[in-house]
Design a protein around this ligand. Structure first.
Ligand SMILES: [Zn+2]
Length: 103
């Protein structure tokens, strides 16, 4: 019979394997993004500064400090959780701004 320690070790080993798979996928997707960005620079004249500005805006990063900013509820003006679809304070359902908000 498998002990709790053996179960925990098995779960930890599976988690480590899952992390390795995810790291590989992230590295692969990062490479694809770099290829797309190089294509945009070459064909459309995009600049690194424009990319950084758009990434900062999309990722809610302060353009000066690079630190993450917090969205505020447009109903009660309190901070919103990153993954919450509703305001924790007033319950207002937050608008979907892009298809990525639904992920
Ligand atoms: Zn609110």
């Amino acid at each position: 019979m498998e002990s709790n320690i053996e179960k925990a070790v098995g779960q930890a080993q599976r988690a480590i394997e899952d992390i390795k798979i995810l790291e590989h996928k992230v590295a692969h997707l990062t490479g694809i993004c770099q290829v797309f960005y190089d294509m945009l620079k070459e064909t459309k004249g995009f600049s690194d500064e424009e990319l950084m500005a758009r990434v900062s805006e999309k990722m809610n990063l302060d353009p000066v400090s690079g630190e993450e900013t917090v969205n505020m509820c447009d109903a009660c003006n309190r901070p919103l959780g990153k993954r919450n679809k509703k305001c924790l304070y007033c319950g207002k359902l937050q608008p979907i701004r892009s298809v990525f908000d639904q992920m």
